[in-house]
Design a protein around this ligand. Structure first.
Ligand SMILES: [Zn+2]
Length: 259
């Protein structure tokens, strides 16, 4: 199949358009799954934190119940000592029991102080749990909507991808094998996925190297395939009017002429 240069260029431009669209599809779909999995990790982190807080709550509650039992034990002992005081034989025995009662009263005070402290800690812990839970709920909402978005997007993009791949197959058939291979090779090496570009504002649309006006004229004529001397991309057309070098403002700073 022999085709003219304009036909070849047209086929290449078409293929490039399809490939750019395919790139965009993959790019859009590519970001979301990562965002979803980042959010899932973040939520798992909150979950772990809340579990840890709850464990700490359990420990504090256990401490309180231990201290309450200790208080009951002390109270029983005090009761016992005071009963014994009714049956002492001398003052020394009475005093000794009084000391024991005093000691147990002190123990009770200490336990009460510990209970109060633990209760305060529990309040703080509960507040932290609530705050973490609020953040978690908020992020869960984000995750749900992102997941929904991803689902819709996946379905859409898969559809679009299939369609574009078929179009690509068809478009590639209009290009001779040697040229198609060259196209693929340039695209593989191009970071932006562009193998066929136009001259824009006097520069290559792929690498932005300046294209001389004479070359721009040749590109417009479409008598042969012209590639960018700098990056090797096919220059299919010229978008802007040819910029004349003479009228282009000079970049160098002009010195004021001394009269
Ligand atoms: Zn270039």
């Amino acid at each position: 199949m022999e085709s003219t240069i304009p036909q070849k260029l047209e086929a290449l431009v078409k293929l490039q358009t399809i490939d750019s669209k395919l790139n965009e599809i993959v790019k859009v779909r590519g970001a979301l799954p990562e965002e979803v999995s980042d959010l899932e990790d973040e939520l798992a982190g909150y979950e772990t934190r809340i579990e840890k807080y709850n464990e700490e709550l359990g420990d504090l509650e256990l401490e309180i119940s231990n201290k309450r039992n200790a208080i009951k034990d002390s109270e029983k002992l005090i009761e016992k000592y005071e009963e014994q005081q009714n049956n002492v034989r001398n003052n020394r025995e009475f005093e000794a029991l009084s000391k024991e009662v005093e000691l147990q009263s002190l123990e009770i005070q200490i336990s009460e102080k510990r209970i109060k402290e633990a209760e305060e800690k529990i309040e703080l812990k509960k507040q932290e749990i609530k705050e973490t839970d609020d953040v978690k709920k908020e992020r869960q909402k984000d995750l749900d909507s992102k997941k929904k978005e991803l689902k819709v997007l996946s379905e859409e993009s898969e559809e679009e991808e299939k369609k574009s791949l078929k179009e690509r197959e068809r478009a590639a058939k209009h290009i001779e094998e040697r040229l198609f291979k060259a196209y693929e090779k340039i695209r593989d090496n191009a970071r932006n996925g562009l193998a066929v570009v136009s001259v824009k504002r006097g520069a290559c649309g792929g690498c932005f190297a300046v294209v001389p006006p004479q070359r721009q004229v040749e590109i417009r004529e479409k008598k042969k395939l012209i590639v960018c001397e700098h990056c090797g991309r096919v220059l299919a057309d010229v978008d802007a009017p040819i910029v004349n070098d003479e009228t282009k403002p000079k970049r160098t700073i002009r010195r004021n002429k001394k009269v």
